[in-house]
Design a protein around this ligand. Structure first.
Ligand code: NI
Length: 261
């Protein structure tokens, strides 16, 4: 893989929103300088699908895992499936996993989210893989779990929405901060300030497509080709050349996800 490419480190090209034109979307990504797309599973079924995409397209890689919004009491059989798939060289991480208290208010279901988050952290440790973490309105519990149960594991806090303090803490722990569409929004709040503060060496660019398209595509269906708008905004905030940001974020993605080739 060349260095002068962009990597969309968090996508869902497996989404049904791409069922009509998936091949075209991948070609469009390549034509826009994207050299790798990491699709993240959020259920057992979609984890299988992202792996199939990784096998079908050179440019596609995968993460396998169960998302907090899809939390269910996972059985041995589910963990066996994830660990068998994770042995494939195109699976770069366990993800996306984590906590989502924005959509989940029921304390018992939040406990279930915590349990499967911890179990999947254990799986990542056993397999010696990094993790991709989704955290929405659950910053305290996510950090507590990472510190207690996530020892020795590195990863990315994707679609970062926490405070500057937590971002600095994550950087100290050797973690990465994932930024996407919201960085480019006019009402981006504190994210631009956080991005200016933390080292570029710890930032990953992503789309989280098909949702949250960056400006100037806001409101449209998002796709991996649009990751360049996120990188452009990052370059503007860092006062750096776009090419330099492209190169560095690609180096960052490869240092976290060592199976990217
Ligand atoms: Ni996602």
């Amino acid at each position: 893989m060349k260095e002068n490419i962009l990597i969309d480190t968090h996508a869902h090209v497996n989404s049904e929103k791409f069922d009509q034109d998936r091949g075209k979307i991948i070609t469009n990504a390549i034509e826009n300088g994207v050299g790798a797309i990491i699709n993240l599973g959020d259920t057992i079924e979609s984890s299988k699908h992202v792996l199939e995409l990784a096998e079908a397209y050179d440019i596609c890689y995968a993460g396998v895992g169960v998302h907090p919004e899809e939390a269910f009491e996972m059985k041995n059989d589910d963990f066996d499936k994830l660990s068998i798939w994770a042995k494939n060289k195109k699976v770069v991480c366990i993800g996306e996993i984590g906590l989502d208290y924005y959509w989940e208010k029921d304390p018992e279901k939040r406990d279930l989210q915590k349990r499967i988050f911890i179990q999947q952290l254990d799986l990542a440790r056993q397999l010696d893989l990094p993790v991709c973490v989704h955290n929405r309105d659950a910053h305290g519990d996510t950090m507590e779990i990472l510190k207690k149960e996530g020892k020795g594991i590195v990863g990315v806090m994707h679609c970062y929405s926490g405070s500057l303090e937590i971002a600095r803490e994550l950087v100290k722990m050797g973690w990465y901060i994932g930024v996407d569409g919201p960085l480019t929004f006019k009402n981006a709040a504190k994210l631009p300030e956080i991005v200016k503060d933390i080292p570029l060496e710890r930032i990953l660019v992503e789309t989280d497509c098909p949702y949250m398209a960056p400006a100037p595509m806001r409101g449209k269906r998002n796709e991996p080709a649009f990751v360049k708008f996120v990188a452009e905004k990052l370059a503007e905030l860092k006062g750096m050349d776009f090419e330099a940001v492209k190169r560095q974020t690609t180096i960052n993605a490869k240092s976290l996800y060592t199976r990217l080739k």
